[in-house]
Design a binder for this molecule. Structure first.
Ligand code: PHE
Length: 452
């Protein structure tokens, strides 16, 4: 696509809200609270926040600056700066194309739950079999998946300014307001204080290397790093917008919503389960099995349940929009064809790739890839393998090929780069080492070879 016809965000707020929309997603609301509970509550929170302002900040600022510098999405951006390294762009672009299909399947589940709460059937969702019966049916999950994907595609079709930016400007404030209301409600339930304490007060005896690795893995996913999204969004950013302060605001959003999600969920589950954090360690079923029970037991639970699932749906939608926007933008840059046509092709392709994840719990439940269900396999391949690899090469690329100075120059077009020193040290030395550790530990963990 020609640079002059490329869309752009109207200004800083539009950019920050859209990027925060991408970052704030299912990862914040469902994954963060259960990881925090599993890895010791307050100590995980503390480690996570420290990593977000150092490590996360560095990677995010690097990616956004790469995008804005080149005005191109991932493939084009790496290629434009050094032809030999265009493979990083290709690898990065593969990730949203892998995540979007299964993310939309889960988005469909969220829509189903919202419809259950909206129609006042909250109680029926509390039985243990409800979720299992739903995902193991054939037609319904596919219809919800298709609906979620269609909404995403319509927004992307409308373009960067009229679609992505507008939707983020409406959804993100609603999301913040709902998070605050539900978190306050949950915190003040009788008996919730123990849960709040567990979540907020760090217990240093629970600190271990695993805490750091788990927090770092979560950080990548949560901040939508290492998959070309922030490069693409950076390419839509105007040159006079301050990159450093934008990144700080995106981080505040992302970490703030994750923090609030913990406050919503941990105390409520504590009350419900009589103070055992184990009820939280249930992984995927937390949101779809445990929480409906928690809502059902609360006063005004249907209303809180509706608010909660609207919140999750908005979070999931703004993220899926960013995933599809990235795929579309890369193809537009590459194929130089009409955006509408690209949207249509991507829509169909994502639907087809998503089908195995959707049907992996029903007619294809016997089929396993490396011992995993399709959805888990795609999640593993993208988050635990490809993302660390891309992040590693991105650090090497910035640290040693184009050199950190290139990023500093881009940032300083609009303002002085205040944390330049920290950026340089992390991108060149600390980040590459930590990323290799994450990669090794998550692959070993998945293969069951050894657990740190
Ligand atoms: N960052 C999103 C979340 O926290 C997930 C996501 C991953 C979004 C990849 C876009 C791309 O859920």
């Amino acid at each position: 696509m020609n640079k002059t016809t490329r869309g752009s965000f109207t200004g800083k707020i539009g950019f920050v809200l859209a990027a925060a929309g991408s970052a704030v997603g299912l990862g914040n609301i469902w994954r963060f609270p259960y990881l925090a509970a599993k890895y010791g509550g307050g100590i995980f929170l503390l480690v996570y926040i420290i990593l977000a302002v150092t490590f996360g900040f560095t990677l995010m600022i690097g990616e956004i600056a790469l995008g804005r510098k080149t005005g191109l999405s991932a493939i084009g951006a790496f290629k434009a700066l050094n032809k030999k390294f265009s493979f990083i762009g290709y690898l990065a672009s593969l990730i949203p194309a892998i995540i979007l299909p299964y993310y939309s399947v889960i988005g469909g589940w969220v829509m189903k739950y919202l419809s259950v709460f909206l129609t006042g059937q909250c109680h029926s969702a509390t039985s243990d079999e409800f979720f299992g019966n739903f995902i193991s049916s054939v037609g319904e999950p596919v219809i919800w998946f298709l609906l979620f994907l269609t909404i995403t595609a319509v927004v992307v079709l409308l373009g960067v300014e009229k679609g992505v930016e507008k939707v983020s400007k409406i959804m993100m404030p609603v999301l913040v307001a709902l998070s605050v209301v539900i978190a306050v409600y949950s915190m003040f339930m009788p008996g919730a204080l123990e849960g709040v304490k567990y979540y907020i007060l760090p217990d240093f005896s629970k600190f271990s290397v695993t805490t750091i690795l788990a927090a770092m893995g979560q950080l990548f996913y949560s901040m939508s790093l290492a998959m070309g999204i922030m490069i693409t969004y950076g390419s839509y950013m105007k040159k006079d917008v301050n990159i450093e302060s934008s990144v700080k605001q995106i981080e505040l959003f992302d970490t703030g919503i994750a923090f609030l999600a913990g406050l919503m969920i941990i105390p409520a589950v504590f009350v419900f389960s009589g103070g055992s954090p184990e009820a939280l360690g249930k992984g995927p079923s937390l949101m779809f099995v445990t929480l409906p029970k928690v809502f059902d037991s609360m006063m005004g639970g249907t209303v809180i349940g509706i608010a909660f699932f609207v919140l999750v749906l908005f979070a999931a939608l703004t993220s899926s929009i960013s995933l599809m926007e990235t795929v579309v933008s890369i193809l537009c840059d590459k194929l130089k064809i009409n955006r509408r046509l690209v949207c249509g092709i991507v829509f169909i392709a994502i639907f087809l790739v998503g089908l195995p994840s959707c049907l992996g719990y029903s007619i294809w439940s016997e089929v396993k890839v490396m011992g995993m269900q399709f959805l888990d396999f795609f999640d593993f391949a993208s988050n635990s393998v490809l993302m660390p690899i891309v992040a590693f090469f991105t650090c090497i690329f910035i640290g040693y090929v184009i050199k950190p100075k290139a990023i500093t120059e881009e940032i300083e077009i609009s303002a002085k780069f205040k944390r330049e020193k920290m950026f340089n040290v992390i991108i060149k030395y600390i980040a590459p080492i930590c990323i290799v550790l994450i990669l090794v530990s998550s692959v070993f963990d998945a293969l069951g070879i050894f657990k740190i």
